[in-house]
Design a protein around this ligand. Structure first.
Ligand code: U2F
Length: 554
């Protein structure tokens, strides 16, 4: 059956239900953004008219909101707890609904069992017959619950699962055997999925798929009003909990010399939060009122936590400059409590690396907050600068619909690792290789026409190598470049060739000129890095403002 765009959200709102603060928050968000989604759907529908889009049967099982997982988030919705996950799930559900798919929502293990056809009272009864869904979106909690309740059929059906995973999962952590043998085993990882099945909140590593969320867009009148009403010396501090402001009195005092400072810190009537007296604290605001505050403010100031949330994008979308601390050394699961145990070694270079790397100046200023002079100069510069509201296309409704639609229609098993041949062509005056255009490329998505192959410098990941070439690493291409031909084409001067399980392979040992192929397809990794190896890196182009998609991807 064909999928048709939907602009009416009432059926979705009904299905989400209420009864929990988290669900009410999500429904409020869906309602508020309804017109924006409808307009985006119209535009994308126009553009994709010629495409036949298959309607999929989709189960969405939101594990972290189930009572069985403890649901620690819902009671904190109105008390300054994390809302980023709720923002994202609301937007995922809306995207799937608007794209016209056949959606079932599950918020408890009982509903999950009902949806999967597991008879009640039979905890780990295997699914009988085929899976009644083409795709299942869940999170790590949900994955655990599914494994428990699908029994043996979990293995058989796991390629249909997509895991919403805020911070991402790297291949070395995902492969159980390798993680166990090499110290990458964490509480979350080792599910042996294809890493593209993990879908992140920001495009952290191309090893995973970038799911994202949306940011509220402005119409012409709102843009005009923002220009008219901006208060040049008004700052809002990022942080719903007083703990996020702790130890920052010195910087706040400096900022206060130049600007009026506002906050949205949650507090209980009898216990006002511990923020300096000169701060105007509004208490935790409904999302809509926070938007209004950001429309007036010139500066949105982060003190380092929370990491990688939606709020800086909202601030930038409303014409604020986001000022944030640089982390030196970067924070990661190796040196920071918050990331410890997360299945990634990614180095977080600032509070919000996405805004630092993909947006940058004049919207985002990243400085060393230990250097108060640097901080003060940044504030002075911001006061002088005029900044327009900005949203990267991938964080608009249209961008999210476009991306998720491409995943749903194209990201199928055949585009995932196998062992095909690899005919290459050297690009003139370049160190890169491309797929020979006269040779029929095997079916792959993203299409192989986008492939550019590089040999990384030593101690450089493929994420970095591709980035330095203005491209992005594409893990789906790894199986096509895991060959002697690829090494030869890049003039790697191999003394020998062996196949081993290692998350930096295919690669060349820098001293011994030994070349290594990858033996375990699940270990193909863009993120992997080794001081002793030069890696073979498959890169591709990407659309401006839509890093998940290549030029020929749509
Ligand atoms: C992130 O979670 P947070 O919820 O802490 O992220 P924020 O960026 O602070 O805010 C999320 C939403 O909260 C809203 C705001 C954002 O969309 O509009 N909000 C509000 O409604 N009222 C207010 O007064 C202030 C904010 C991240 F998203 C999670 O994935 C991480 O787990 C967490 C920790 O790093 O950070």
């Amino acid at each position: 059956r064909q999928a048709y765009f939907r602009s009416d959200l009432s059926l979705l709102l009904e299905r989400v239900g209420s009864g929990k603060e988290s669900l009410s928050f999500m429904r409020r968000r869906m309602r508020r953004l309804a017109a924006q989604w409808a307009a985006a759907a119209r535009r994308l529908d126009e553009r994709l008219r010629s495409q036949y889009r298959v309607q999929k049967r989709i189960l969405v099982h939101v594990g972290f909101l189930t009572e069985e997982s403890g649901d620690v988030f819902s009671p904190k919705v109105l008390k300054g707890g994390p809302l980023g996950e709720m923002v994202q799930w609301a937007d995922i559900l809306t995207t799937l609904h608007v794209l016209g798919h056949n959606l079932k929502i599950s918020l408890s293990v009982k509903e999950l069992q009902g949806s999967l056809g597991v008879p009640p009272g039979r905890g780990s009864c295997p699914l009988i017959g085929p899976l009644p869904f083409d795709l299942i979106y869940t999170d790590y909690h949900g994955l655990q619950q599914m494994k428990q309740h699908m029994g043996l059929s979990f293995r058989q059906h796991r390629c249909h699962i997509r895991v919403i995973d805020t911070f991402g999962t790297e291949p070395a952590y995902n492969n159980e055997e390798y993680a166990t043998l090499h110290g990458y085993r964490t509480n979350w990882g080792y599910w042996n999925l294809n890493c593209k099945q993990y879908m992140t909140m920001f495009p952290h590593t191309p090893d995973n798929s970038f799911m994202g969320f949306v940011t509220e867009e402005l119409n012409q009148t709102e843009r005009f009003n923002i220009k008219r009403d901006k208060v040049n010396n008004m700052a809002v501090v990022y942080g719903k909990e007083a703990s996020m402001w702790k130890g920052e009195e010195k910087l706040l005092t400096i900022l206060h010399r130049y600007m009026d400072i506002h906050g949205t810190v949650y507090y209980e009537a009898q216990r006002p939060p511990e923020v300096p007296a000169f701060v105007r604290n509004h208490g935790l605001l409904p999302q809509q009122e926070l938007q209004q505050l950001l429309r007036k403010a010139k500066l949105f100031l982060g003190f380092g936590f929370p990491y990688e949330g939606p709020a800086p994008l909202e601030a930038i979308a409303n014409g604020c400059v986001f000022l944030q601390p640089k982390f030196s050394p970067p924070h990661s699961s190796l040196n920071h409590e918050f990331f410890r145990g997360k299945p990634t070694s990614r180095e977080v270079s600032s509070q919000h690396p996405y805004t630092e790397q993909y947006i940058g100046k004049p919207h985002v200023i990243t400085v060393d907050f230990n250097n108060s002079q640097e901080f003060e100069t940044a504030v002075q510069d911001i006061l002088k600068e005029k900044v327009e509201p900005f949203i990267p296309y991938e964080y608009t409704c249209e961008g999210m619909l476009e991306r998720v639609n491409a995943y749903i229609q194209h990201q199928v098993r055949r585009s995932w690792p196998g062992n095909p041949p690899s005919p290459f062509l050297q690009l003139p005056n370049s160190t890169a290789l491309i797929w020979a255009p006269n040779i029929t490329a095997p079916a792959c998505w993203p299409p192989l026409s986008g492939l550019r192959l590089f040999l990384s410098p030593e101690a450089s990941s493929c994420v970095k190598t591709c980035q330095d070439a203005g491209l992005i690493c594409e893990p789906s291409y790894f199986p096509f470049i895991n060959s002697m031909e690829a090494f030869n084409g890049l003039n790697a001067q191999c003394e020998s060739l062996e196949a081993e399980k290692n998350h930096v392979f295919p690669a060349v040992h820098v001293d011994r000129r030994e070349c290594f192929q990858q033996k375990e397809p699940l270990l193909f990794s863009c993120a992997g890095v080794s001081a002793k190896h030069q890696r073979l890196c498959p890169c591709r182009d990407y659309l401006y403002g839509q890093v998940a998609l290549c030029r020929d991807c749509l």
